[in-house]
Design a protein around this ligand. Structure first.
Ligand code: F3S
Length: 62
């Protein structure tokens, strides 16, 4: 699985690192980034939760 954050869509709400800090973190620009790819199998579920929890649908995990 590969996680991606569309920075043009992210509003920097900060939810995704709360759901899955192993994969998502906030960058210096105040927007999220997916810094662990491929997504480790033991955190695939929480990465998907982050995808579903993003209020602006900026995350793809496939
Ligand atoms: Fe941005 Fe969505 Fe994460 S708005 S900070 S990608 S939950």
């Amino acid at each position: 699985m590969i996680a991606e954050v569309d920075k043009d869509t992210c509003i920097g709400c900060g939810a995704c690192p709360e759901f899955c800090p192993e994969v998502f973190k906030m960058d210096d620009d105040g927007l999220a980034t997916a810094y662990t790819n491929p997504v480790p199998s033991d955190v695939e579920d929480t990465a998907k939760e982050a995808e579903e929890g993003c209020p602006v649908d900026a995350i793809t995990v496939n």
